[in-house]
Design a protein around this ligand. Structure first.
Ligand code: URA
Ligand code: SF4
Length: 206
């Protein structure tokens, strides 16, 4: 199966309750040949409406951080832990919420083959739900961000602060952790480049 075929199959998924309220399945986009894949939490309102990952306020901050780290969203591949928007609809006005464990597990049906097809050298988990899903259940984001961890889906994985968290956290005199986001992206990219280089040396010597 190709990535495109997987995307088409996912677009009609009804494997968890998030399918009931979604407008679009947000599969992911960018360069599928990139050695670095960013995995966020899940779509918000703007992403649900457009079908594209990280296009709202958090996405704009992520874009800015990518550029500051010398990259852009076209250079890497960007997707999410769950592909449909998770929100609390009980008050009339939907409030975004983290996906439940059940929803995360259901959506591995798409995330796992997606990552297996892309075969990134490095995965950058953006936010705690992604790190808990791909690195370890008890991942402590503020303590363990920026460090390399083993990961089944890549040579290594590293986690960073979620731009939504940074936006909530920023106030006069604090960037909310934005500089750490830029730093972690740069570190992840550096690791990915090193692993590509190592592979190149290995294949040219054998
Ligand atoms: N937050 C995420 O985790 N992913 C998106 O695509 C948008 C906001
Ligand atoms: Fe399917 Fe994932 Fe959407 Fe749930 S979140 S309906 S598993 S695509």
């Amino acid at each position: 199966m190709t990535l495109q075929e997987l995307q088409v199959a996912a677009s009609t998924c009804t494997d968890c309750v998030l399918s009931e309220k979604r407008t679009n399945v947000v599969f992911g986009e960018g360069n599928p040949l990139s050695p670095l894949v960013l995995v966020g939490e899940g779509p918000g309102d703007n992403e649900d409406k457009t079908g594209r990952p990280f296009v709202g306020k958090a996405g704009q901050l992520l874009d800015k951080a990518l550029v500051e780290a010398g990259l852009s969203r076209e250079i890497v591949y960007i997707c999410n832990t769950v592909k449909c928007r998770a929100a609390d609809w009980s008050t009339g006005k939907p409030q975004n919420r983290p996906p439940t464990e059940e929803e995360v597990l259901a959506c591995r049906r798409w995330l796992t083959p997606q990552l297996m097809l892309i075969k990134p050298k490095v995965i950058l988990c953006v936010g705690a739900p992604s790190a808990k899903n791909l690195i370890k259940r008890n991942f402590a984001i503020t303590k363990e961000r920026g460090k390399y961890f083993p990961c089944e889906m890549a040579k290594t994985a590293i986690a960073t602060l979620h731009p939504s968290y940074i936006l909530r956290n920023a106030h006069s005199g604090s960037d909310g952790g934005y500089s750490l986001l830029v730093e972690d992206i740069a570190r992840a990219w550096e690791a990915a480049q090193k692993l590509v280089e190592k592979e190149r040396e290995y294949t040219s010597n054998s």
